[in-house]
Write a protein that binds this ligand. Structure first.
Ligand code: TXA
Ligand code: MG
Length: 316
């Protein structure tokens, strides 16, 4: 027998309370953050976390981010440091994930870290995710709420279309405002390393720390195991740095130009970030190959180009 469709819960007090109860009972609940929708499960429960990997078809060597309501909650699970304090003080709650050494009595299911001795922690800013995390009162493991390797979800509809009955419920709080996953910064050893560009512009971190961030290279392989080259992939082929569509293609534009969908007609990178995944979902639904106009590589453009490069990468 088919499982029933997921419950769509409104982000009201009652909806959030229901979502929290389901999470505490070990169910999978998709929930909104300012970056993308997350596929949440109780991070202290091995079986609940195992269900995330099964629902996404995610390789079990790819660790998950743990979400908590504030820095104080994060400190229960990781070895805190001066640098963590500075970064959290400046950017939490917000689209920054910190990778730190696991604390001795961390309480996190080992599947979450895929056997690593570090943990990725994040404090989302969206009021509904804040309310949910406080109601759950446990750390919540959550990857982006899309099938592994596919386009991330920035609306409840994207989640329902991608994961359907594999989630118990979806907390719906409209489209995500940032639209790109969090920036991931490794600060577990030596100096800070940018593990994934994302919704917090790298320049803002560099300004705070007063140093240029070292970037993890793709050739460094599994130090940020989820950063496979092919990722965020639509079903259709993707061609980058296109100034016009070729026959049969649909064109995703940026700045003033003639195109099928425009990330930002005025060339605003924050608007382009917020539109990126939704526009890719829409163009993918046409079934035609997608050509994408160039997007400047600065500010949020670094993360946008990272996602586009992976969307266009050769697939296995
Ligand atoms: O904005 C976001 O970060 C969203 C929302 C839901 O919070 N989450 C998200 O999760 O993007 P996910 O699973 O799609 O991406 C998490 C990335 C993966 O590339 C994973 O390999 C990396 O974080 N990661 C997790 N734990 C890590 C660790 N201990 N060390 C290095 N990388 C880690
Ligand atoms: Mg993801």
């Amino acid at each position: 027998m088919d499982s029933p469709d997921p419950l769509i819960l409104p982000s009201t007090e009652a909806g959030i309370a229901r979502a929290a109860r389901l999470l505490r009972a070990g169910e999978l609940v998709a929930f909104p953050t300012e970056t993308v929708y997350g596929l949440g499960a109780d991070a202290t429960s091995g079986p609940a976390v195992a269900a995330i990997y099964a629902a996404k078809g995610r390789p079990s060597f790819n660790p998950l981010i743990v979400h908590v309501a504030d820095a104080e909650a994060a400190r229960r699970h990781v070895v805190w440091s001066n640098m963590a304090e500075r970064l959290a003080g400046a950017f939490w709650p917000g689209p920054l994930t910190l990778v730190l050494p696991l604390a001795p009595d961390h309480g996190i299911a080992s599947l979450v870290t895929a056997g690593l001795e570090t943990l990725a922690v994040r404090v989302p800013a969206q009021p509904s995710s804040q309310a949910l995390l406080r109601a759950v009162d446990r750390p919540v493991a959550a990857p982006s709420a899309n099938p592994s390797g596919r386009i991330s979800a920035t609306t409840a509809l994207h989640v329902a279309a991608g994961l359907g009955p594999r989630v118990a419920a979806i907390l719906d709080d409209g489209p995500c405002t940032v639209g790109l996953e969090s920036t991931i910064l490794g600060i577990a050893s030596e100096g800070p390393v940018l593990l994934r560009p994302g919704g917090l512009a790298t320049e803002r971190i560099e300004d705070l720390l007063g140093e240029t961030l070292r970037q993890r290279e793709d050739s460094e392989g599994l130090s940020a195991p989820g950063q496979m080259l092919s990722h965020y992939a639509p079903a259709a082929a993707v061609r980058l740095n296109a100034n016009a569509a070729r026959t049969g293609e649909v064109l995703l534009g940026f700045g003033p130009m003639d195109c099928d969908l425009n990330l930002s007609p005025t060339g605003d990178l924050a608007e382009a970030a917020a539109n990126l995944f939704d526009h890719l979902h829409r163009l993918d639904a046409t079934g035609r190959p997608i050509a994408v106009a160039p997007v400047p590589v600065q500010g949020l453009g670094l993360a946008i180009n990272d996602r586009l490069r992976r969307a266009a990468a050769p697939r296995d």
